[in-house]
Design a binder for this molecule. Structure first.
Ligand SMILES: C[S@@+](CC[C@H](N)C(=O)[O-])C[C@H]1O[C@@H](n2cnc3c(N)ncnc32)[C@H](O)[C@@H]1O
Length: 229
């Protein structure tokens, strides 16, 4: 197209626009992610957050990976939570994973990745939760079905005023997402997260993100880990 406004008119035209909007969103979103990215968060979750929630007799712990990209983050959560549940009878959990990009969500739902992407997954988890493709030349792994079924993927725009969550959640992972928003948008978003969290719930943000300049009712439990008191 010859100009920005021509593209704008096209995207917001009712008929053709919907498909173009979706393509545009896929092209402008940055989907970089990894299994066990920023591993300190998963250690903290396993050692501190989950024992605390389990000790408070939470019947079911609800997690939300907000801005889940191609699924590595929620599948990492599913591995860590499954491991915890194996050691703590009567511990149940659910994982909701959302993103704006339909393309990223398609990869996430398929659960199929290039073998080298699985590099950061610890060996014992690889054996348990990753299936190698029958043809080694293809160099692919697939998340085992019992782990895939633990994650519900859904398209959700974090700019929406209402996220349509039926129940409050106990843990939100929203990492390496708010860094792309301006200060005002970050503040509104984190306040919406606060409302979605159950009392005593946790918000994990990316290592290069900070809430310190925002007016939000959260206390820091550890660097980049906030708690709703
Ligand atoms: C850099 S990735 C981070 C993935 C993962 N959380 C991690 O830390 O590895 C950022 C993701 O945020 C998503 N995103 C950006 N804006 C969004 C919005 N308004 N609503 C929902 N997701 C959004 C992008 O599509 C992208 O998949």
């Amino acid at each position: 197209m010859r100009s920005f406004s021509e593209h704008w008119d096209y995207v917001f035209s009712l008929k053709e626009g919907m498909a173009e909007l979706s393509t545009m969103v896929d092209l402008v979103t940055t989907n970089k992610t990894d299994f066990f990215r920023e591993p300190m968060h998963f250690e903290y979750l396993f050692e501190k957050t989950l024992p605390e929630l389990a000790a408070n007799n939470k019947k079911k712990v609800r997690l939300w990976s907000a801005g889940c990209s191609t699924g590595e983050e929620p599948y990492t959560l599913a591995m860590v939570l499954s491991e915890f549940a194996e050691r703590h009878r009567g511990f149940f959990f659910s994982i909701l994973a959302t993103d704006l990009s339909g393309h990223a969500l398609e990869t996430a739902k398929s659960g199929v990745y290039e073998m080298e992407r699985a590099g950061p997954v610890p060996w014992e988890f690889k054996k348990k939760y990753l299936l190698k493709s029958k043809d080694p030349k293809r160099g692919l792994v697939r998340i085992a079905p019992e782990l895939r079924y633990l994650v519900e993927f859904r398209r959700l725009n974090l700019m929406d005023m209402d996220y349509g969550l039926r129940e409050s959640v106990d843990i939100i992972f929203c990492r390496n997402v708010i860094i792309y928003f301006d200060r005002d948008t970050q503040e509104k978003l984190v306040n919406r997260f606060w409302r979605s969290l159950a009392p005593g719930g946790y918000l994990f943000i990316g290592h290069s993100e900070s809430l310190s300049s925002l007016d939000v009712p959260m206390s820091m439990a550890a660097p980049t880990i906030c708690k709703k008191f």
